[in-house]
Design a protein around this ligand. Structure first.
Ligand code: GLU
Length: 338
């Protein structure tokens, strides 16, 4: 009899422990995440609006109907729906991971002092953003700051600096990422505006390498081919304190993750970041290739891919999908949950 009681007690304890799984954890159970992800996919699959980026000719040629969603949880589950295996240009989302590298090598304070961390509130390729800031400080997630951040990665040669970028991207993604050569060629042929911004920063003493080399590395990093799954795992690493939740490899120090995520919160969706934060309450980062990542620290990351963009350069469908999922999964960091 006593034995039976003990067994009963153990069962009750197990149920109670799992009972958390019907509160906040229940919202984030694998089953519920799948349900919400599929519902979002069904809801927005037919959404139209926006247009592929065309200032980089390669991007205009990508099928606008591709649509994928991937969730990577902090404990390493990867859930996906749609065109999640298609490799597309990472574009501006690369800025997050080059920043992580520069921060890891130089320290968080050096990034604030030498690059800047405040929001510009201006378009991603704004020259005015540089001109208006007294210190010429810029955010590492807009083009000016991202190129300066790339120039700030230490190394004895441009090749060595590129190897560092390539290695850390491989660790974030859990696989070595390819550079999409036609995209790299297309961007290189059309990046005069970016080069002008880099030279402007250089003229103010806010660029830390040979301009052509650093702009080339920046352009190459924007041309990485990533699947929606890759992006979810990369973002999942930031959700998991800098350890890749799938490979379990430590990529950056846990203490740096909140700093990286703070820059995303301020500037992740360019001049639309305020509106993004207003509706979602978590850090996100978009790229003109049509990808957006969103990170719920300690819980999970979501990546969505759909090429047509709004005027600010953010995927129309990905924004709608993420807003829907973030709210249904109760991921808003600013919500007390009461
Ligand atoms: N390679 C693009 C550029 O520098 C990235 C922009 C983006 O994704 O926002 O213009």
């Amino acid at each position: 009899m006593k034995k039976n009681n003990t067994a009963l007690l153990v069962i009750i304890c197990l149920l109670l422990a799992g009972g958390g799984a019907y509160g906040q954890k229940g919202t984030l159970s694998e089953k519920n995440i799948r349900l919400v992800m599929q519902a979002a996919y069904n809801e927005f699959k037919g959404t139209s609006g926006g247009a592929n980026a065309d200032y980089i000719p390669y991007l205009a040629s990508v099928n606008p109907n591709l649509y994928g969603i991937v969730v990577c949880t902090a404990d390493g589950k990867v859930l996906e729906v749609g065109d999640t295996k298609f490799e597309f240009g990472i574009e501006s989302i690369s800025k997050v991971f080059v920043l992580a590298l520069a921060m890891q090598e130089r320290g968080a304070q050096a990034i604030q002092d030498s690059i800047g961390v405040n929001a510009t509130g201006m378009p991603f390729n704004s020259v005015m953003a540089v001109e208006l800031e007294p210190q010429r400080a810029v955010n590492p997630l807009v083009n000016a700051g991202a190129m300066a951040t790339n120039s700030f990665v230490p190394g004895s040669s441009s090749a060595e600096k590129w190897t560092k970028i390539d290695n850390i991207f491989a660790k974030f993604a859990g696989r070595r990422l390819p550079v999409i050569q036609p995209l790299y060629a297309s961007e290189t042929a059309t990046n005069q505006h970016n080069r002008a911004i880099a030279w402007l920063l250089y003229s103010y003493g806010r660029f830390y390498d040979n301009v052509d080399d650093a702009v080339d590395r920046y352009t190459k990093a924007c041309s990485y081919g990533t699947t929606t799954r890759d992006l979810a795992v990369m973002a999942g690493t930031l959700a998991n304190g800098g350890m890749n939740p799938v490979t379990r490899e430590k990529v950056i120090n846990a203490a740096l993750c909140p700093k990286v995520l703070a820059t995303m919160m301020m500037e992740g969706l360019y001049d639309n970041t305020g509106s993004w934060l207003y509706h979602t309450g978590i850090p996100g980062k978009s790229g003109v290739g049509g990808g957006i990542i969103a990170v719920a620290p300690g819980k999970l990351a979501i990546a969505v891919f759909s090429p047509p963009l709004d005027k600010a350069g953010n995927s129309v469908k990905a924004q709608k999908t993420l807003e829907y999922m973030i709210n249904r999964l109760k991921l808003n960091l600013l919500d007390s949950g009461r």
